[in-house]
Write a new protein. Structure first.
Length: 115
């Protein structure tokens, strides 16, 4: 069982930055790919960024160049640095750990981009 705890969300003005953290309860890298997902009100959940077990990152087109996902293997934590935030980035952001047979989700953190 893997527990994921996100932190770092909040309210920020357009053009601002936030950094999200997702701390895992155990050693997860090499066993799980990690991802950040978001769900805006009235919309389906979408993938924002992922890191594969080989350390390869992928980003949604809507955030590429603005968001950066990194992993701190020693501390079992992944981060999502979000810059140049836009109102349309407002959503609940969740991290997940996806293995071959199981997927774990964090509880999510609310990020609001507004003036």
């Amino acid at each position: 069982q893997v527990q994921l705890v996100e932190s770092g969300g909040g309210l920020v003005q357009p053009g601002g930055s936030l950094r999200l953290s997702c701390a895992a309860s155990g050693s997860i890298f090499r066993r799980y790919s990690m991802g950040w997902y978001r769900q805006a009100p009235g919309k389906q959940r979408e993938s924002v960024a992922t890191i594969s077990t080989y350390g390869i990152t992928n980003y949604a087109d809507s955030v590429r160049g603005r968001f950066t996902m990194t992993a701190d293997i020693a501390n079992n934590t992944v981060y999502l640095q979000m810059n140049s935030l836009k109102p349309e980035d407002t959503a609940i952001y969740c991290c997940n750990a996806a293995g071959i047979e199981t997927t774990f989700w964090g509880q999510g953190t609310q990020d609001t981009v507004a003036s």
